[in-house]
Design a protein around this ligand. Sequence first.
Ligand SMILES: C[S@@+](CC[C@H](N)C(=O)[O-])C[C@H]1O[C@@H](n2cnc3c(N)ncnc32)[C@H](O)[C@@H]1O
Length: 398
Amino acid sequence: MLEALLRYINTWWIHESVLGQAYTDCVNKTKPSNSKSALMPFLNKVIEGDCIESLKKLPDASVDMIFADPPYFMQTEGVLLRSNGEKFAGIDDDWDKFADYEEYDAFTNAWLKECKRVLTPNGSIWVIGAFQNIYRVGYIMQNLGFWILNDVIWSKPNAVPNFGGTRFQNSHETMLWCTKDQKSKYTFNYKTMKEVNGGKQHKSVWDIGICIGSERIKGADGKKAHPTQKPEQLLYKVILSSTKPGDVVLDPFFGTGTTGAMAKRLGRNFIGLDNSLEYISVAEKRISEEVVQLDHLSKLELEVKPPRVSMLTLIETGKLEVGEELFDKKGNSICSLAATGYVVDETEELSIHKMSAKSLKLANNNGWDYFFVFRDGKLKPINDFRYEYEEEQSNEAI
Ligand SMILES: C[S@@+](CC[C@H](N)C(=O)[O-])C[C@H]1O[C@@H](n2cnc3c(N)ncnc32)[C@H](O)[C@@H]1O
């Protein structure tokens, strides 16, 4: 009873005071639809108990993203010894034990079914696993109607060796990223992930080291607090790529709360489920110490869509003139502006997009990024006029 009361006070304290104003602002951004408001009592808390029972307490279509790191049913046998003879602390926990594949599959089917129910129509789910379980998980997910978007490989440059030299070193895990169904309009922050990847389209193989050093949480005895703590960088990328600020991220196998910590860092809400009080207290302490870091990436500033303003509007408002010349970035004259909002060269009248593609000898191109006009003796992108128009409109509205 006392333990339960202390836990209640602790979660309230985390929620109300430690997370800070920036986080509270994000929490408040959560759209208050009916199912969302029913979710409020669970936000930024860890629910103790069996995940299938806890999932049943959550409303239908209420969470925006799920990250699940379930038991892998590793079936580790015997003692693993390092090359120097030391015992290797592998995964031999009761929560990873099942009688057989039938029991494992029934469990997997049950929690995934509940996850599908609580996911919003345009939400997405990530499930991580390895060769021991991921093929079963994928089969069950497809049977439940989930639509696989990617199988992302988490490649580990510092993977644990195969101590006995009996197989290849197992140096990766797999994350199935899926939507609720094929029609879902899911969130994918493409430009943000491109920036994270140094300006190149992000691939589905992610090189991230396993969780070691100061990031690895230790117990009072100096040993690992949890056998399978995932690296922060992995969850950072998962959450950044597939959620918006203020979204709700659910983790039904919370462990040390890596998902909650990264959700908080990125200004997203979380809900954690775990049946171990010991792990829950580790996770709660960790999240209370995590700092919200809102930057241009977490705020998705790169994903902002350009204003929907037509060429015709720019002519009507006097920003562009009928008959004026349009240039490429080097100042070469390409075409001139027609009264229709289209552009003409010596042979035809086309949209700015088709004309820019023609000039570049490409099938498609974005004309807003291609054309310039001269203003005060300098080239000015026609795109700037769209933003100026939008700004003026919003100033008028104030
Ligand atoms: C693979 S670990 C997750 C580790 C976590 N991703 C992290 O970074 O720390 C799985 C967790 O699920 C919990 N668990 C296992 N079976 C469960 C069940 N039926 N209901 C709730 N939690 C469960 C375990 O206590 C364990 O903490």
